[in-house]
Design a protein around this ligand. Structure first.
Ligand code: HEM
Length: 283
């Protein structure tokens, strides 16, 4: 498993012009493999969990961008049913990627993943993620149209996301303090361009003009890779004869659909993203 560079448009910039012809990348039905929760084959932990950490984040960046595209069109008036469905599905996809990235065993996370992030910057934080900036408001329920009956599924997805982030954070860092909180920096301090670049750079993300087709294709490739990984290694891989479950059936609660549904939700989010764009280009 080898992480790839992700090419993303600058936040707030439109997709690359000239306008693309209607495309169908990412719209096709695909066969989704079954996967076990507990993997049966021993894995190369360094390689696998590095891949999962990077790919899980990159997929989240694309899903945030897809959400941002919808939210940009609906600052005041509510999105339609299909757009609300796409928003909820992207949020569930992001939650699934929190879970997927966090399948790294805790000791490995501290020795390798977190150590590398702290070397990139001592206060390295998810709060620096450029593509999260335009969607932060929806996670806080700040759009005027949020809270109505048509937003029930969206509200559930947002709540599930909060529970999942808290759960994986407590699981990996039981003392609960992020690198940002441990360092001199404090949450809420505005994020500089330099920090956003450091964040992008860590997650192998390059900003350049990108067309929508190319963005969907990059998501599609990663979803196929995650499918291969899960089918081969299970959600919780065998690391030196042991498994390291993050969320178990017993502790799942509202996260239960994410356990077995990682591929279903990613696949659905990819197709909704592609279809909505297709409709937009054709209208
Ligand atoms: C799977 C990887 C993770 C992703 C994608 C992620 C994503 C994010 C994002 C987007 C934010 C900004 C939220 C906002 O501004 O409203 C954030 C903040 C935060 N995250 Fe995570 N997170 C991850 C893992 C963790 C872990 C393992 C911890 C454990 C300490 C953690 C603790 C925090 C804390 C405390 C904040 C508040 C700001 C800060 O202190 O850095 N997160 N995270």
């Amino acid at each position: 498993m080898q992480p790839q560079l992700l090419f993303m448009p600058q936040v707030g910039h439109p997709y690359q012009r000239p306008a693309e012809p209607p495309h169908t990348a990412g719209t096709a039905e695909r066969e989704l493999p079954e996967y076990d929760l507990l993997g049966a084959r021993p894995v190369d932990a360094q390689r696998l969990f590095w891949y999962r950490w990077i790919a899980g984040h990159q997929i989240s960046f694309v899903l945030w961008r897809a959400m941002g595209d919808i939210l940009w069109r609906h600052p005041d008036d509510p999105p339609g049913d299909r757009e609300l469905d796409a928003l909820a599905t992207c949020i569930d996809g992001y939650s699934a990627m929190l879970l997927y990235s966090a399948t790294v065993p805790r000791a490995h996370y501290h020795a390798h993943t977190r150590a590398r992030m702290a070397l990139q910057h001592p206060s390295f934080s998810g709060a620096w993620a450029p593509d999260y900036r335009p969607v932060r408001r929806i996670f806080r329920g700040r759009f005027p149209w949020q809270g109505g009956r048509s937003c029930e599924a969206l509200d559930e997805a947002i709540a599930r996301n909060g529970v999942t982030h808290d759960h994986i954070a407590n699981h990996l860092v039981p003392d609960g303090r992020s690198l940002l909180q441990q360092s001199a920096g404090a949450p809420g301090v505005s994020v500089s361009r330099e920090k956003e670049d450091l964040y992008d750079n860590f997650f192998l993300t390059v900003r350049r003009p990108v067309g929508h087709t190319e963005l969907v294709a990059q998501l599609d490739t990663r979803v196929a890779e995650v499918a291969t990984d899960l089918a081969h290694n299970g959600l919780y891989p065998d690391v030196d004869g042991r498994h390291h479950p993050v969320v178990t059936w017993q502790s799942a609660g509202v996260m239960e659909p994410l356990l077995t549904g990682v591929l279903r939700v990613l696949d659905r989010a990819t197709r909704l993203m592609a279809h909505l764009r297709l409709e937009e280009v054709r209208s």
